[in-house]
Design a protein around this ligand. Structure first.
Ligand SMILES: Cc1cc2nc3c(=O)[nH]c(=O)nc-3n(C[C@H](O)[C@H](O)[C@H](O)COP(=O)(O)O)c2cc1C
Length: 202
């Protein structure tokens, strides 16, 4: 196959879940006894707009899985790229023997609609309540309704739109082999529907 004069060869690799990029979600949850925890989740996504539903895939062995079984409320905190180190910490230590809020230097504050902590330092937070669970194999999918959204006020412009460039979301790119990498989503390359404007001009 030729693309712009260059010959492209495809190599068939073993099947892996190398879809990229994924968000880096910092899922904060609270167990029955009131224990707060944070788990880093890359396998997360939006699954429905009306009602507003999101999903997170969690391995049953995680400490957070136990907390989510006890209390299906959780918060998806969206970190800025500057929090990559702490996001990695929350994805490599277990709440069984670590207080991740304390170790990251983050502050838990109560959510407005759900019984789970928000990470105060994260710019965007989706307050979620589990509505369905789907055991899939290695992971179980928690589907949850978004009941409220909280955002740092300075990231809203005069029209109430989120300044995504300033938020600089953190993304995760798995690899086809070995460890994945974190990336900063820093550069906008268009907006929804901009292809229509482009084609009018051409
Ligand atoms: C970038 C990244 C993405 C991750 N994504 C997931 C995920 O989608 N699902 C999952 O169960 N674990 C995921 N993990 C692993 C958990 O975050 C990790 O095992 C964590 O230490 C579990 O914490 P806990 O025992 O306190 O629940 C991810 C880790 C990293 C670093």
């Amino acid at each position: 196959m030729t693309v712009r004069g260059k010959i492209i060869h495809h190599r068939v690799l073993p099947a892996t879940t190398c879809l990229m990029p994924t968000p880096v979600a910092l899922v904060s949850c609270r167990g029955r006894e009131g224990k707060n925890n944070i788990i880093t989740i890359a396998w997360t996504g939006v699954v429905c707009s009306q009602p507003p539903l999101v999903s997170v895939a969690v391995r049953p062995g995680r400490f957070s899985f136990t907390l989510l079984e006890e209390n299906g409320d959780f918060v998806i905190n969206v970190p800025s790229a500057g929090s990559a180190l702490h996001a990695d910490l929350c994805g490599t230590l277990s709440g069984r023997d670590h207080d991740k809020f304390a170790e990251a230097g983050w502050t838990p504050i109560d959510a407005s609609q759900v019984n789970a902590p928000i990470i105060r330092e994260c710019p965007l937070a989706l307050e979620c309540r589990t509505t369905q669970r789907l055991p899939l194999g290695s992971h179980e999918l928690f589907i949850a309704e978004v009941l409220a959204v909280q955002v740092h006020e300075e990231l809203l412009d005069a029209n109430g739109r989120l300044l995504v460039d300033a938020l600089e979301p953190l993304a995760y790119c798995p690899n086809v082999k070995g460890a994945g990498q974190y990336f900063a989503l820093a550069q906008s390359v268009g907006h929804y529907g901009f292809s229509a404007e482009h084609h009018k001009r051409v």
